[in-house]
Write a protein that binds this ligand. Structure first.
Ligand code: SAH
Length: 212
């Protein structure tokens, strides 16, 4: 099957699963996912599955990227966005096309370097990347209109909540290996309203030391 047809089939699948936002669907359609994968796996790039990217990490499943992006884009401003867990940069590339400026942090240096190279290949310039522990957010660049966390903590880090602007939203998987829920938290002054969107499975959000 040609790459174009597998890509269209993926779009159909996302729509069947309830993704409705046309901007989000258009960005997924026009963002090549195969460039984020090793050559040996690139033939599977348009399957709706998470795939390994080395260092025990994965590239997120397209449905989850679409779901998280849609939840953020359709709930308010995306002028300043923080992503925690750049991986090799796929979600970063997708949200960058729908945001003013994206800040993204990753704790594994070789993955961050790959994310940087991939974003350059795609000509995406509105992203700042940093090698650091994302459980601390990126306080110097906040507050953020939206924060997307693509790895799961057991409990939502207080630092991330505090870096939300008023009206800002945090989307984050929460829980352990057995059970994780994708949460959307909205800040209203000093109140935080929480909604559960989906059951999900992400790699753990590790607190502390970064990896070189
Ligand atoms: N956003 C990626 C998903 C990568 S998997 C995509 O679109 O495919 C999640 C990433 O979170 C991994 O690369 C992992 O190294 C990173 N991560 C885990 N804990 C972290 C932390 N405390 N700070 C920053 N990144 C972290």
């Amino acid at each position: 099957m040609t790459s174009q047809r597998t890509r269209e089939r993926l779009l159909g699948r996302l729509m069947d699963q309830g993704i409705r936002n046309m901007q989000v669907l258009d960005v997924i359609r026009s963002t090549p996912r195969h460039i984020f994968l090793d050559e040996a796996l690139s033939h599977r790039a348009y399957e709706d599955v998470a795939l390994p990217i080395g260092h025990n990490q994965t590239i997120s499943q397209p449905y989850i990227v679409a779901r998280m992006t849609e939840a953020i884009v359709s709930s308010g401003s995306t002028e300043r966005v923080l992503e925690v867990g750049s991986g090799c940069g796929y979600q970063t590339a997708v949200i960058a096309r729908l945001a003013g400026k994206v800040y993204s942090v990753e704790r594994i240096k070789p993955l961050l370097d790959r994310a940087r190279a991939n974003l350059r290949t795609l000509g995406i310039r509105n992203v700042d990347l940093r090698h650091s522990d994302g459980t601390l957010g990126w306080p110097e660049k906040g507050p953020f209109d939206a924060i997307m966390t693509t790895a799961a903590p057991q409990v939502i880090p207080e630092e991330l909540l505090q870096q939300l602007a008023d009206g800002g939203r945090l989307i984050i998987p929460v829980g352990g290996d057995e059970h994780q829920e994708l949460k959307l938290v909205t800040r209203d002054g000093n109140e935080f309203h929480e909604q559960t969107l989906d059951l999900v499975r992400f790699v753990p959000l590790l607190r502390g030391q970064v990896q070189h």
